[in-house]
Design a protein around this ligand. Sequence first.
Ligand SMILES: NC(=O)c1ccc[n+]([C@@H]2O[C@H](COP(=O)([O-])OP(=O)(O)OC[C@H]3O[C@@H](n4cnc5c(N)ncnc54)[C@H](O)[C@@H]3O)[C@@H](O)[C@H]2O)c1
Ligand SMILES: [Zn+2]
Ligand SMILES: [Zn+2]
Length: 360
Amino acid sequence: MATSPESEHPIKAYGYAARDPSGSLSPLVFSRRATEEKDVRFKVLYCGICHTDLHLAKNDWGITKYPITPGHEIVGVVTEVGSKVEKFKVGDKVGVGYLVGSCRSCKNCASDYEQYCPKQVATGGFTYFDGTQTYGGYSDHMVSDEHFVLHWPENLPLDSGAPLLCAGITTYSPLRYFGLDKPGTKVGVVGLGGLGHIAVKMAKAFGAEVTVFSTSMAKKQEAIEGLKADHFINSRDEDQMKAAMGTLDGIIDTVSANHPILPLLGTLATHGKLVLLGIPPKPLDLAAFSLIMGRKTVAGSNIGGLKETQEMLDFAAKHGITADVEVIPIDYVNTAMERLLKSDVRYRFVIDVGNSLKAE
Ligand SMILES: NC(=O)c1ccc[n+]([C@@H]2O[C@H](COP(=O)([O-])OP(=O)(O)OC[C@H]3O[C@@H](n4cnc5c(N)ncnc54)[C@H](O)[C@@H]3O)[C@@H](O)[C@H]2O)c1
Ligand SMILES: [Zn+2]
Ligand SMILES: [Zn+2]
């Protein structure tokens, strides 16, 4: 028998949800499970707005189940822990990212690659093991198995640090995995948005020489002076693209919409890798010849495992890496989504959930 979001669990919860493909968010009363043995319950303080939240709210990928409460860059403070929780106590600052579940026994899970577990459960809008829908961080509180909860480093700001839980790990993980984390490596970053600007900061912290590709010349000064990128290429300028041919060891592509990748492949050196992080709704055009000439690779990468996410948070804290954020109250969320769609944010919206979300 179908139960309502409000009554399926014993603990009352409150948040914002989209109810149809308009993506418009409005208040939702729902419920969360009681604290189980391994669960950590926490009050949400801040939650970043990832472009994935927008894709899901608008059902861009055809997989959305409404009502959906997005949000997977969640920072808060622990209010209750289950009897068998080992790593957290009440009062701890914690984070939750894109995952709240995985099988914990498959080959991926055993190798700390929960992000590739076929049974993974994402934080907002997906089906949990008990058959109920998950609700993300645009809400008053969260409950999660402690395995999917991160320790928040002492010196990492809560608001500008929140986006690290998705944008941070999603860019850190491929830089590490594809060997683009060595001093002097030539790394390109395409799409200077939430993920892109963190990719620049991470790559610079690894000592890479970073080239930003953008269609917006307005971002040149910000990229070079603000984010300390080494080079800026207007990807619509054929001369600039030609000058960069064959130069890069790897490219992190964070573009959320369909875009040409052949010119980008041309800028890779022999054995160069184009890593796709953005998830445009339609397939991209790829010509075999562009890979064969130079033994190049096109790859994808999904967030990161929990162990690596903790490592990334500690790395960010050590190197002073945070997102450039615009902190907003929750009732601004629909305007923020409209602005995000137009790339009118430098570079991540973060909702001040703790101070602005009040049960009606
Ligand atoms: N792989 C993963 O694990 C993962 C994790 C998080 C987000 N994502 C996806 O990554 C993408 C980016 O997320 P974000 O939060 O950084 O979004 P964002 O909107 O902050 O940034 C996207 C950037 O792409 C640029 N862009 C958009 N359309 C373009 C076009 N046609 N040509 C060139 N540039 C264009 C925008 O100007 C913006 O700078 C989204 O598709 C999101 O769903 C993937
Ligand atoms: Zn995300
Ligand atoms: Zn698994």
